[in-house]
Every structure is written in C-alpha cells, then in structure tokens.
Design a protein around this ligand. Structure first.
Ligand code: F6P
Length: 536
C-alpha cells in the first residue's frame, strides 16, 4: 500500500503550481471526469485530479482490496471486527434478496418487520390505530444520533410527500427540546415513538420518561399512545410498551445506517408505505450500481477517491457539503454522524496507529444561505475547503420556477468562481470603478483578488423524491465504506463516544454539591461556579 500512497504524493507534488482550470486543456475533461448512475450525475472535473491521479487512486482502491471487502459486507461477513458483527443495513432495502447470516436467511425476518411497519403505519394514517381523542395528528420521534438524524433529515427532505400526521423530532436532553415540542400538541392525538437501538441512551430514555409523564397526566391509557424501535426488545417490554407497538431490528444494523428499517417508522407514517418503498428502492439501486459498476464509473468509489485525494493527499482536513435545496438543510448534520462517527478513527483494524489523516471534518449548510455566512473564507481564506454541491434540476413549487432558476445559477456560479477566481488585472478594473487610484489602487485591488483553484464536486439529480433521497443516502454510505476500507479502519464501531458518557455520570455529583473523587481542577471549578450561579 505504501508505494501507492507515495506515488500519489509524488504525483501531487509534481503537479504543484498547476491550476485546476489548466486541466481543462485536455479534450472533453468535463465529460471524462463525470459519472452517471440511475439519473444521478457526479461531476468531479473541477478538481486537480487528472488521468494519472485517477489511475493512481484506482490502483490504491484495488490494492486496498475494497471489492472483496464490499462483497464481504453485502454477504454478511462480520467486518465490524471490534464488535464481532456483520454490517447488513443494505439487506433492509432489498428484503426480497436472500442474505445468509450464520447459515440463516435473514430476508424473511426483514420482510416480516417491514410488513408489520406497513400495517402499523397504514393503521395510524387511516385512524384505525388512534389516540384517545381520535386519529393521530402528530407523531413525536424521541431518539438521538442515528435514531434521530436520519428520520429527521428525511422528514424535512420529503416534506412535499407527507400526507400523514405531522412529524416532530426530540433528541437533546436539554428540557427545552421536549418542552417546546410537546407544548403545542394535543396529547390525546399524539403518538410518541421511542427510538433507541440500545434502549439505554440517557438522553432518549430521559426524554421518553418525560413524555410518558406528560401523556399520563393528560390521557387515560398513556401506554397505548407509545411505540418503540430497538434492538433490545426485552427492554421495550420492561419499559411498558406493548409488543404490537414494538419494532425490533438486529445488531447488524449500525445506528447511523438504520433509517432503512424500524428507525424509519416515523418517516413511513408521514409519507406512507408506498413512498417509503420508493425510498428503499433508491438505496437498493445504488447498492446494485456499487456492486456492479466498474470502479472508474462507480459513483460511491469515485466520490470516495475524491475524498481521499483531498484529505489524505492534498491535506485538506475538512469537507463542506453544500446542498442547494432548503429541504436538505439537515443533510450536512446527518452526514456528520455518518462520516465522522464512521471514519473519525486513529487506530487501524489491526490495532496499529493510523499513519494517515483519519476521515475529514464534515460540515455545511444549504445554499444559497451559506453564501451569506462562510463563503468568504471558502473563496478568500488561506485554508482550502473542498466543496460538494448537490442540486436538483426541478423543485416542488411550480409557481416559483424563477426562484429555482436563481438557485441553480448560484450553485453553478459558486463552483465556477471557486475554480476560476479573479486575477489582479480584473481586480484592478473593479477597484478603479470603485474610485481607487494611485498608490491605493493596488492595495484596494489585492483585496478583490480571488485566488481560485479551489476544488469542488457537483452532484445533480432530477428532483428530490423518496427514490433520489434513498440514492443520495446510500451513495454517501458507500462512499464512507470505501474511504474507510482504503484507510484500513473499522467504519462501523464508535468507541470514541463512550468516555464522554462515562464522565458525564461521574461529573453529575459535583453539580449536586456532593463530593466526588477525581476530576481536574478546571472541571471542579466550573462545577462550583455553576452552583454559585444558581445551577438548577
Ligand atoms: O453517538 C453514539 C451512539 O451510539 C450512536 O452511534 C447512535 O446512533 C446513538 O448513540 C443513539 O444510540 P441508540 O440508538 O442506542 O439510542
């Protein structure tokens, strides 16, 4: 592997000083550095990846044995080695395909759970499953991390397709979250879904109890207005939710990969089972493409190789995801968990320290809003931030097509401006027009220079629908998988979240004024200061 990394670094070094724009001297670069699949178009031509770099990246991909590891994942191998688990979220979106796990075909169980979800969702949407006051008007999903970010992101993304109860999402242990969410709701027509793979996460279980107290004070049979989603079905029963309102899933579904199964129940209630099936089909379409397409035409592979090039080769530590679609406003947050909880690792699968940068810091906001917030740094900062634009050709508001045109123009303009910039000559002309002259002209002009040469990719889709949202999520899931496989890390465990949880329990006594051993002087002093300030 080392020689592949070295060849890439050598190639990058040899190309230093070349502008991205200069690569377009090669004929048809825009087409040659784009790839399509099932209606998606990925353009990665506005990067410094040339033919040679792409060949070297593809050689790295092959040398890392990614194709074999991909098939191991799809066929139920326990690739999550530190937890000794298979990774089979892909099986959830193709329940008709048999998948053997430990000698047993799991597809029947997946299909049965999906059918139970469908019956429940149809019952809630049709009013046969109702609250004390009548058909449910509101559904509140209580969960955090993968038990929240996915359904919350998808509910917003697919808002035009919601023809069921309103969907709300509570995640933070800060009481403000659940208080503000429940305040305007009618308890007699509200369904509470407690979503937690472990059914032990302190934020979720605390919020669930608060919701149960709220419901008990206002309805006769509070337990009937709850449902639960978890791998720990025994804990659901202990907590007091009936089996017919409980939906289980196996431990081979990672939290941040779980929207495709019972964690997606709130979404299914909102948009209906048929559209949820379209969402699953979008994910399954990308699965088929990922398994079949040659690497050089494979969207998840190419997106991963662009990520490796920018982070591990060029040394750009962050990545901005900029969806030009207001309903994808929560996609960056979703991708933060998907990418950073999967690949934010410093130890390789074999236990050795990673001698490469781990996964990038992922961040972003929808366009055009980001243009009025942080694009100054992206265009003229000293650090380079690779940008990933996402844009649909059509919106959902037929009477506002003129606004969609502006949205598209801004998205394409930003990626062009990042690459081409503005040179000193052009900046001088602008400074002149603004009244600058003499010695001041050059100084004024220099502030108006755009260095350019800033890389971006653009992912185009026809329209944001359940199918295309499923494609986008699966595309990024497999991108994460390929990057992690090339780095040789386990993308499917998350030991890094444990220490904070443990310490939170140990700090709590300090805040109550009880003496608690240990803790550094700063933490002790902060706890004392909070008490002096009147901490509740
Ligand atoms: O962030 C840590 C984590 O374990 C995530 O991986 C998971 O999605 C989240 O907490 C919630 O876990 P659970 O679904 O078990 O409540």
């Amino acid at each position: 592997m080392d020689r592949h990394w070295q060849a890439l670094h050598d190639h990058r070094k040899a190309a230093q000083g070349r502008s991205i724009l200069s690569y377009f001297d090669a004929p048809d670069r825009a087409r040659n550095f784009s790839a399509s699949a099932d209606g998606l178009l990925l353009d990665y031509s506005k990067t410094a990846i040339d033919e040679k770099a792409r060949d070297l990246l593809l050689a790295l991909y092959e040398a890392a044995g990614v194709p074999a590891r991909r098939e191991a994942m799809f066929t139920g191998a326990r690739i999550n080695e530190t937890e000794d688990r298979a990774v089979l979220h892909t099986a959830l979106r193709n329940p008709s395909a048999p998948v053997q796990l430990d000698g047993e075909d799991i597809s029947a169980g997946i299909a049965e759970t999906l059918n139970r979800m469908r019956r429940f969702a149809e019952g809630v949407r049709g009013g046969q499953i109702a609250g004390q006051g009548g058909a449910y008007t509101d559904v509140v999903n209580i969960g955090i991390g993968g038990s929240d970010l996915g359904p919350a992101m998808a509910a917003l993304a697919l808002a035009p397709y919601r023809d069921g109860p309103r969907l709300h999402f509570v995640s933070n242990v800060d009481g403000a979250d659940i208080a503000d969410t429940l305040a305007p709701l009618d308890p007699e027509r509200t369904l509470i879904i407690v979503a937690s793979k472990t059914f032990t996460t302190i934020e979720t279980m605390t919020n669930a109890k608060t919701a149960r107290d709220w419901m008990a004070a206002r309805t006769r049979e509070p337990a009937r207005q709850f449902a639960a989603l978890s791998s720990a079905t025994d804990k659901i029963t202990e907590w007091g939710i009936a089996e017919d309102h409980a939906f289980g899933f196996a431990d081979w579904v990672g939290g941040r990969y779980s929207i495709w199964g019972p964690i997606g129940l709130s979404l299914m209630i909102g948009i209906g089972p048929e559209r949820f099936d379209e969402f699953l089909a979008g994910g399954a379409a990308i699965d088929a493409h990922f398994r079949a397409a040659p690497a050089a035409e494979n969207l998840p592979v190419l997106l991963a190789l662009v990520g490796i090039w920018h982070n591990q080769i060029c040394g750009y530590p962050t990545r901005a995801v900029l969806p030009y679609d207001n309903r994808l406003a929560r996609l960056p947050a979703y991708l933060q968990q998907l990418e950073m909880e999967s690949n934010g690792k410093r130890v390789a699968m074999d236990g050795r320290d990673l001698d490469l940068p781990s996964g990038p810091v992922v961040w972003g906001e929808p366009g055009t809003n980001g243009q009025h917030a942080f694009y100054q740094l992206i265009h003229q900062g000293t650090q380079i931030v690779p940008c990933e634009f996402i844009l649909a050709a059509r919106g959902h508001e037929p009477d506002l097509r003129h606004q969609h045109l502006l949205l598209m123009a801004n998205c394409l303009a930003q990626s062009e401006a990042l690459m081409t910039g503005r040179d000193l000559e052009a900046a001088r002309k602008i400074a002149l027009k603004s009244g600058a002259s003499g010695d001041d002209l050059d100084r004024q002009a220099r502030h108006r220079v755009f260095e350019g040469n800033r890389p971006s990719t653009t992912l185009l889709l026809e329209k944001l629908t359940p199918f295309t949202l499923g494609q986008i999520i699966a595309l990024y899931e497999h991108r994460v998988f390929v990057e992690g496989a090339i780095l040789g890390i386990n993308s499917f465990d998350q030991w890094g979240v444990e220490l904070g949880k443990e310490l939170a329990l140990a700090v709590e006594p300090l805040l109550r004024g009880d003496d608690a051993p240990g803790h550094d002087p700063s933490t002790r002093r902060l706890a004392e200061a909070l008490r002096e300030m009147g901490a509740d």
